[in-house]
Design a protein around this ligand. Structure first.
Ligand code: F6P
Length: 549
């Protein structure tokens, strides 16, 4: 028992039961599970909103699922969930509420933080964003010289970049194709250079997105963007027509020189990686329009309500979280692949990397003690068919167990027609074939029966038994995107709750930031940095030499 009243996770009877159960299942193959239950394919499925979830190709039985749910009950996942939805300060190390769910709550909802209902403020900002987005889209909001805004550049990093950049890509077919929308995040000057080199400053709007408005990469890029603009337009007053800010920090925004009227606010109870449905989504809203943005928020809300109210047996985020725990903690899986069969989801996994790995990449539990169990997996993946011709070899025949999510759609986007539309069946044939091959493989007997020479039989044998979740929806809409993101947000929540870690802080990124600040004068001025280690010192010296300093 710990000071926080919890038994250490790996000392609970539920953990012990799962360890034992894992041993009992050691020799069970998915082929056996399917043979024993002809209904498994249709039975091991759930529906949430537009998402059909097939979890039949997992190394689980009814008993496994029951034991996993008991672990969730023992660790009070639903208790923490309710505390989150109530606005309690469950981000203990920063003493903050965790209320991204309030960002998509309906106008008449009441959600309180420190006794104050935050929903009216959420909708006031959404309304302000909508008004601004409409003005840019209609051409009413012009640049300093009176020209129409044709280019929108979001400058931000991490949660202030990945969400809108991903969602813009996902919803490209819903965007105003006359607008050029780009995302600059890297402090490498090449990023801003490539984003601006072919644009007319008089037609360009910069959206400076930073929760803290102190992030060095963003402030540096924003400053360079202002120089680029003013070099072309001259007057300082141009900034007011070409720069808006998305932030929680009004003071710093004003200090930078952005008119507070041009600031779209959010709040400290929105984590950076949970923020793209807040003001941080302004670039996306300009691209797709307020109505589509609201449809996306409704999609988020639908899954929030499902997570909040569905019983454990039918709760999809709970299920996906627990399946991850099954592999992470009881099968020693180190990573988790997310493999979308949609070109538009090309940035989805990169987005999930921050969501999952910044949330659950922690070695200290909420009680301040080191965990004695594995926490967050390495999340990786790219659109599926490309991956098939690159790294799927390792998933099929490598020595590592890599659970994977396959995400696909019955319909291609409405813009496609003719042959391009017809290609969709081939795309989806691959989608279905891959999870089949991963689950059932190909036995040595089957290979021999094809007349393969004996020495090649082991090479052509596929062990199978490689677990996957299939997520299938009819089409990729703004609402479906909201549903998908909320599903993963809550999955990550479930895992953090079971592991007893604070999924909402990110202290692990601080040290690198501090050291970069300390080492920079050594690069630029050759300054002596006290306490610099021998390796870094030699590298800095070589860098200066290469730069002719
Ligand atoms: O360094 C990590 C981080 O704090 C992320 O959590 C955050 O999304 C990102 O930096 C950007 O922060 P900000 O929005 O304050 O610029």
């Amino acid at each position: 028992m710990n000071a926080d009243g919890r038994t250490r996770l790996n000392q609970t009877p539920e953990w012990t039961a799962l360890t034992k159960h894992r041993e009992e299942l050691a020799d069970t193959h998915l082929r056996d599970l399917f043979a024993a239950d002809p209904e498994r394919g249709a039975g091991y499925t759930l529906q949430v909103g537009d998402l059909y979830i097939d979890y039949s190709k997992h190394l689980v039985t009814d008993e496994t699922l029951r034991l996993l749910r008991e672990l969730a009950a023992a660790t009070d996942v639903f208790g923490l969930r309710d505390a989150m939805f109530r606005g309690e300060k469950i981000n203990v190390t920063e003493n903050r509420a965790v209320l991204h769910t309030a960002l998509r709550a309906p106008r008449d909802a009441v959600i309180e933080v420190d006794g104050e209902n935050v929903v009216p403020a959420v909708h006031a900002v959404l309304d302000k964003m909508s008004g601004f987005a409409e003005r840019v889209r209609s051409g009413e909001w012009t640049g300093h010289t009176g020209k129409r805004i044709r280019n929108v550049i979001n400058v931000g990093i991490g949660g202030s970049d990945l969400g809108p950049a991903m969602a813009y890509e996902v919803l490209r077919s819903f965007t105003d194709r006359d607008l050029t929308v780009r995302f600059v995040s890297n402090v490498d000057g090449a990023d801003l250079h490539e984003a601006t080199r072919d644009l007319d400053p008089a037609e360009t709007l910069f959206i400076i997105a930073s929760k803290t408005f102190t992030t060095i990469e963003t402030i540096t890029n924003a400053t360079s963007a202002r120089t680029w603009l003013l070099d072309a337009l001259g007057a300082e007053s141009a900034v007011a027509r070409h720069f808006v800010a998305l932030s929680t920090n009004a003071e710093k925004v004003a200090e930078f020189g952005i008119d507070p009227d041009n600031m779209f606010e959010f709040w400290d109870w929105v984590g950076g990686r949970y923020s793209y449905d807040s003001a941080i989504g302004l670039s996306l809203m300009i691209a797709i329009g307020p109505e589509r943005f609201r449809e996306m928020l409704d999609g988020f809300h639908l899954v929030d309500e499902h997570f909040r109210t569905a019983p454990a047996e039918a709760n999809v985020p709970l299920l996906l979280g627990l399946l991850g725990i099954w592999y992470d903690n009881f099968h020693d899986a180190q990573s988790h692949a997310v493999l979308p069969y949609s070109h538009y989801l090309s940035k989805f996994t990169a987005y999930l990397q921050q969501l999952d790995m910044e949330s659950n990449g922690k070695y200290v539990a909420r009680d301040g003690k080191r965990v004695e169990w594995q926490t967050g997996p390495v999340v990786w993946g790219t659109p599926g068919t490309n991956g098939q011709h690159a790294y799927y070899q390792l998933i099929h025949q490598g020595t590592k167990l890599i659970p994977a999510d396959f995400i696909g759609f019955a319909e291609p986007v409405a813009e496609l027609s003719g042959e391009l539309k017809a290609q969709h069946d081939l795309l989806m044939a691959n989608f279905f074939a891959q999870t089949q091959a991963l689950a059932f493989g190909k036995t040595a007997e089957e290979v021999r029966a094809e007349g393969v020479p004996e020495e090649l039989v082991p090479h052509k044998t596929f062990p199978g038994n490689r677990p996957t979740t299939t997520i299938l929806a009819r089409e990729l809409t703004p609402s479906v995107l909201g549903q998908l993101v909320a599903l993963y947000e809550h999955k990550v929540f479930v895992q953090g709750a079971v592991w007893n870690i604070d999924s909402f802080d990110q202290w692990g990124v601080e040290l690198g930031k501090v050291l970069a600040k300390r080492v920079e004068p050594a690069l630029t001025e050759g300054a002596e940095v006290p306490g610099l280690d021998a390796s870094t010192k030699a590298l800095v010296a070589r860098y200066r030499e290469l730069r002719g300093r």
